[in-house]
Design a protein around this ligand. Sequence first.
Ligand code: CP
Length: 319
Amino acid sequence: MRGSHLLSIADLSRLEVLEVLDTARELARITDGGIRKLPTLRGRTVVNLFFEDSTRTRLSFEAAAKRLSAEIINFSAKGSSVSKGESLKDTAQTLEAMGAELMIIRHSASGAALRLAESGWVKSHIVNAGDGMHEHPTQALLDAYSMREHFPEHDRDFSGLRVGIVGDILHSRVARSNVLLLTTLGAQVVLIAPPTLLPIAIDQWPVEVSYNLDSEIRSLDAIMMLRVQAERMKDAFFPSEREYARDYGLVGARLKELKESAIIMHPGPMNRGLEISAQSADCRQSVILEQVANGVLVRMAVLYLLMGGAPIPTGGMLI
Ligand code: CP
């Protein structure tokens, strides 16, 4: 990666995306070969700076840092001096004074990671781990990694792959980052949602839009079900959960309509019974837990590349 931060997929070229995915694959090869911990970032310090709740992203960054032998400091706004009014600037500077060189930030405000990167408050590398409804770049990278593993014929080019992103597009930073990344790699993306859960100016996105899941489902190679983000909904966006599940959930007999080769994805956490049934989440075609495992590899690659690693030659060593 050229920059010293990872703030948005829009900042990455196709080659830079492939560099992250190739690095993650090389890390997988090394760890599958039995080397669980690499000394690559020994003596370096990484901070998880989380102002919003997280299970997968926070813990997988922690696992990634530890597997590269970095020190990791975990900060959660809950239980911290943020409740006493401490600002983002003071919090970040405090953590940098403790040795932080890279900060992974999740925040409810869109643009928080960019603000931290451009403010000059800290010198650390900044990684966006989800900023409001804006972006979640490492989620999109791990999703692309997971698709690539399932469609080896599309290893460096997703042209010909049709990906459906279904549900609460409006509130989804995962959808925004995935649209940018999947179209960068050449995939055809169709957003499937009720009109109330699509952003304004959706016609300017490089995607198709459909309100009808049943008319699209047979055409998809990958279906990405999005969480209904109730915590971001002040108004009613659909008549009832039952109607939402009926029209936009991967539930009941709809599962059988998928191509046999199609994969089912979900960034998590899932609302089982709403956007996805337990049967769909746990079936043979589901790659949801693979996404989680791949998240550690992709985040190792991001830390490695931002903190001083050169691209790894094929068959090369990281140490
Ligand atoms: N996918 C994702 O960002 O999950 P968490 O909120 O658990 O980190």
